[in-house]
Design a protein around this ligand. Structure first.
Ligand code: ACO
Length: 328
C-alpha cells in the first residue's frame, strides 16, 4: 500500500516586505541580504492569523476532495495563534472536517516532515480506534507560521531571514501507487543552544523567574554547518531505505533557510543546483511552512512528471532533521 500526495496548497499574507523595507528598521542593505541569504523579499502577516493562512492553504490543497474522507489533520507550527485551542482543531472546525482527528506538531523547521512521517505511519499501519482514525483514507498535513511574531526586529543578523505563510498537503492511501518510498528522521542534541526561542515563564505566586520572554535567536554559522551536515546524513539514509542512489533523484526540495545552505548541500551531494527547488528568494524562511510551500512551487513549474523521484529534506531547531523520498 502506498501513501501519496494528491493535493497541495499555499497561502502567503498580502503584505510584501522588501530588503529595502528591512533596511529602514536595522543597519543592513539589499546587497548584503541577497548575497548572504538569497532572500529578496518576504510576506508578513498584517491582519491574517496563522489559522487564516493554514485554512486557505488547506482549502486549495483539498480542492474537490470529499471533506468527509479526511481522517486526520496535523498542523506543524512553532507559532500557533493560541496554545489552546490548537491550530489543527481550528482548521478542522472552520473547514468542516467532521470525521478528522486533529492535533499540532512542533518540530521546528522539520515540523512538516515529522507530520508526513506520523500521517504515513497512521495511514499505513492503521490507527488505534477513535473518531475518524480507523483506516484513515486521507490526511491533511499543514505547515503554518507567523514567524514575524517571534522575530527580533532589532537584530539585523536574524530579522532579515524570516517570513510568514502556510503550505498544505493532502495524503491519500492508494494501493496502486508507491507514493512515499522512505522517510528518515533524526534528532541531534542542541547542547549549545544554537537555535532557541521562548524561555517564557509566567510568574506565579510561588516562583519568580528572572528570564524575559525571548525572541527567535540563532548562532548562524553553527546552524549553517548543522544544516549542511544533517541534510547529507538524512538524505543518504532515506535513499538507502528506498534502495535508490542520489542520481535517481529528479528533484530536491530542502527547507528554505538560506540560499547558500542549498548551494552547499548541492555541492556536498554532488548534484546540480538546477535540481533544487529554490523558493527562498520570494518568501524567505517560513520554518515548518517552507517545505510544503516549496513543494507547491515545484508542482506549479510544470517540470515534474509522473514517476519523478523527489527528495524532501528538513532541518531545524531541536536540532531535528528529516528526509523523505517520494515518487510523484
Ligand atoms: N546586514 C549587514 N551586515 C550584517 C547583517 C546584516 N543583515 N547581519 C550580520 N551582519 C554583519 C555582522 O555584524 C558581521 O560583521 P563583523 O564582521 O563586522 O562582525 C558580518 O556581517 C558577518 O556576519 P556573520 O554572522 O558571520 O554572517 P554570515 O555570513 O554567517 O551570515 C547568516 C549570517 C545569514 C545568518 C548565516 O549565518 C546563515 O544563514 N546561517 C544559517 C541559516 C539560519 O540560521 N537560519 C535561521 C533559521 S534556522 C532554520 O531554519 C533551521
Amino acid at each position: 500500500m502506498g501513501v501519496e500526495i494528491v493535493g497541495l496548497g499555499k497561502c502567503l499574507p498580502e503584505k510584501v516586505v522588501t530588503n529595502d523595507d528591512i533596511s529602514d528598521l536595522v543597519d543592513t542593505d539589499h546587497t548584503w541580504i541577497i548575497e548572504r541569504t538569497g532572500i529578496e523579499q518576504r510576506h508578513i502577516a498584517a491582519g491574517e492569523s496563522g489559522t487564516d493562512l493554514a485554512c486557505k492553504a488547506a482549502e486549495e490543497a483539498l480542492g474537490n476532495i470529499d471533506r468527509d474522507s479526511i481522517g486526520l489533520v496535523l498542523v506543524a507550527t512553532v507559532t500557533p495563534d493560541a496554545m489552546v485551542p490548537v491550530t489543527s482543531a481550528q482548521v478542522k472546525m472552520r473547514l468542516g472536517l467532521d470525521h478528522a482527528v486533529a492535533f499540532d506538531i512542533n518540530a521546528a523547521c522539520s515540523g512538516f516532515m515529522y507530520g508526513i512521517w506520523c500521517a504515513e505511519a497512521l495511514m499505513k499501519n492503521g490507527a488505534a480506534p477513535g473518531a475518524g482514525t480507523m483506516n484513515i483514507q486521507r490526511a491533511l498535513v499543514i505547515g503554518a507560521e507567523r514567524l514575524s511574531r517571534i522575530t527580533n526586529w532589532k537584530e539585523r543578523s536574524s530579522c532579515i531571514l524570516f517570513g510568514d505563510g502556510a503550505g498544505a498537503a493532502v495524503l491519500e492511501n492508494n494501493p496502486k501507487r508507491p507514493g512515499i518510498l522512505a522517510t528518515y528522521l533524526k534528532n541531534y542534541d542542541d547542547q549549545k543552544g544554537v537555535l532557541t526561542c521562548g524561555k517564557e515563564y509566567h510568574q506565579t505566586p510561588f516562583y519568580k523567574d528572572e528570564n524575559q520572554p525571548q525572541h527567535l535567536a540563532l548562532r548562524g554559522k553553527a546552524v549553517f554547518k548543522f544544516a549542511v551536515n544533517s541534510i547529507e546524513e538524512v538524505t543518504m539514509e532515506a535513499l538507502k531505505q528506498a534502495g535508490l542512489e542520489l542520481d535517481d533523484i529528479d528533484w530536491f526540495v530542502p527547507h528554505q533557510a538560506n540560499g547558500r545552505i542549498m548551494e552547499a548541500a548541492a555541492k556536498r551531494l554532488n548534484q546540480p543546483i538546477e535540481k533544487f527547488q529554490i523558493s527562498i528568494n520570494k518568501s524567505a524562511n517560513v520554518s515548518s511552512a517552507s517545505i510544503p510551500m516549496a513543494l507547491y512551487d515545484l508542482s506549479k513549474t510544470g517540470k515534474m512528471e509522473k514517476g519523478d523521484k523527489i527528495a524532501v529534506m528538513g532541518f531545524g531547531g531541536g536540532l531535528c532533521a528529516a528526509a523523505a523520498i517520494i515518487e510523484w
